[in-house]
Design a protein around this ligand. Structure first.
Ligand code: COA
Length: 450
């Protein structure tokens, strides 16, 4: 949607804790500039706003109707929304296909098919469109940023938003698709493709309605903006859980994996790598080779990082003699090993950062990893000051900080450098950056042939 002039919240309530209360509060708090219409026949006013008994009583047709009334009342509200000419209904109410009430959901579908309205849900956590200042959702208000979220789980959307905030990032939109009665993953990817604020996309998918359409939309989207996907339900029990969560048949994991390979998108194994790899793909330009330099102050962390990268088929060549010399001189300190370059536990962040500023690194490596365990004398603010100096240092850089207070450190330094919370994720991100470079060069080649 390019424009939303007004929102009706049906089931809006002054009672703390009720869903209609949370949604209305979030719409008001998000600073939405258009008309906000609470609809509930019990009240003449809710949160200082005039309340209307029914959608049909509103002074003009709302663009968006958010529905948070009991399941049996949804049909009537939706019918009325269609008759007044609303453009989008977001049904937060659950209790449909996912609990076996297939008939109730089919009734809604029939209405939608005849009616010129688009519907998100039912069983949705709501929508957030940051560009329009609209947060019509039961989730906490997210930080604004460049990542679009397409989620078949509302709560998981909240988790991803929290993770992004901890990486100093935020979202451009969040569509909680629920049972996908009408708007599905493919529609949401179309939206992401054309949304000017969105630079990369995270999707959590349990099932697909149209596999071919998915490949088409995902190919288009991923060619322009990195697409990172977590698939829910890849075993027998978890597939059963999908049916009672979003009412669909979990798409086979093998089939899904094959589709993702075709698309060239990133398939995550968990929430951390989903979010961290997406942020990395957004911030670091794709890399044309797999030569990686590891710089560390911890022998152990360096060895573990090197082991993970090697097992992922990444190359860890030794630095040339000239580079070794330069690293030593810039750091003002000797190191052991050759890759990982280990400056030892008595090195300061300033020394390690000085080494990483060496221009020669970029001529020998495609990317560098800083694997660092801060000492007690290095609080997050100090690390931040040091990392600031590495912005635009020449070689693409990933920072992996570990040890006590890691969360706080990551929250601080991620403002200046891409951070990961494990060496496995570091490896996965590097591979994704390399694959993306190949994908884009193939795309470029294909375009040149036409
Ligand atoms: N038009 C306008 N308002 C209506 C209405 C109608 N046709 N029918 C009922 N209402 C109002 C009620 O007056 C009530 O107001 P109050 O809260 O001030 O008393 C409000 O809607 C809610 O109705 P109520 O009967 O109290 O239901 P509830 O709050 O117990 O449950 C839902 C309603 C939608 C929250 C519940 O059915 C539900 O689906 N919960 C789960 C939601 C969820 O998890 N979604 C997925 C997230 S990922």
């Amino acid at each position: 949607m390019k424009e939303v002039n007004s929102v009706a919240i049906v089931g809006a309530s002054p009672i703390e804790g009720k869903i209609g209360n949370v949604v209305l509060k979030n719409v008001i708090r998000s600073g939405f500039k258009g008309g906000i219409y609470p609809v509930n026949p019990k009240y003449s006013e809710v949160m200082g706003l005039k309340s209307w008994p029914r959608v049909g009583d509103l002074p003009k047709a709302p663009d968006v109707v958010v529905i948070a009334v009991p399941p049996k009342a949804v049909h009537g509200v939706l019918a009325e929304s269609i008759s007044v000419g609303a453009k989008l209904a977001v049904i937060i109410t659950s209790g449909f296909r996912e609990v076996g009430n297939v008939g109730l959901e089919e009734g809604l579908k029939r209405l939608v098919m005849g009616g010129g309205i688009r519907v998100i849900g039912p069983n949705s956590a709501g929508i957030t469109l940051m560009g329009l200042g609209l947060h019509a959702s039961i989730e906490v208000l997210p930080k604004r940023g460049p990542i679009g979220l397409i989620m078949q789980s509302g709560a998981l959307g909240g988790v991803v938003i929290d993770r992004l905030r901890k990486l100093s990032s935020g979202i451009s939109f969040f569509l909680s698709l629920g049972n996908m009665l009408d708007v599905d993953v493919n529609d949401a990817m179309e939206y992401a493709l054309h949304d000017g604020e969105t630079r990369a996309v995270i999707a959590y998918i349990e099932w697909l309605r149209d596999g071919r359409g998915f490949i088409r939309s995902a190919l288009n989207l991923n060619a322009k903006k990195p697409l990172c996907i977590l698939k829910g339900g890849w075993g027998l029990r978890s597939s059963e859980a999908v049916r009672s969560h979003t009412g669909g048949l979990a798409t086979s994991y093998e089939v899904f994996k094959a589709a993702i390979r075709k698309v060239g998108a990133y398939l995550a194994e968990g929430i951390d790598d989903l979010v961290e790899v997406c942020e990395g793909l957004r911030r670091i330009k794709p890399i044309k080779g797999r030569r990686v330099l590891i710089v560390t102050n911890s022998g152990g962390l360096g060895v573990i990082t090197a082991s993970h990268l090697e097992s992922m088929d990444l190359d860890l060549p030794r630095p040339s003699t000239a580079l070794q010399q330069e690293l030593r001189e810039s750091a003002g300190k000797a190191f052991t090993g050759s890759n990982p370059v280990d400056f030892g536990g008595d090195a300061s962040i300033d020394q390690v950062v000085e080494a990483l500023k060496s221009r020669r690194i970029a001529s020998e490596y495609n990317l560098a990893i800083l694997a660092y365990v801060p000492t007690a004398a290095e609080p997050p603010e100090k690390l931040c000051e040091a990392m600031k100096l590495l912005e635009g240092c020449g070689v693409p850089l990933i920072a992996y900080f570990d040890g006590e207070g890691r969360e706080e450190v990551v929250q601080h330094v991620s403002r200046y450098v891409v951070t990961v919370t494990s060496s496995i994720t570091a490896g996965r991100l590097i591979k994704a950056l390399y694959s993306r470079a190949r994908l884009l060069s193939l795309e470029g080649g294909a375009r040149a042939l036409h």
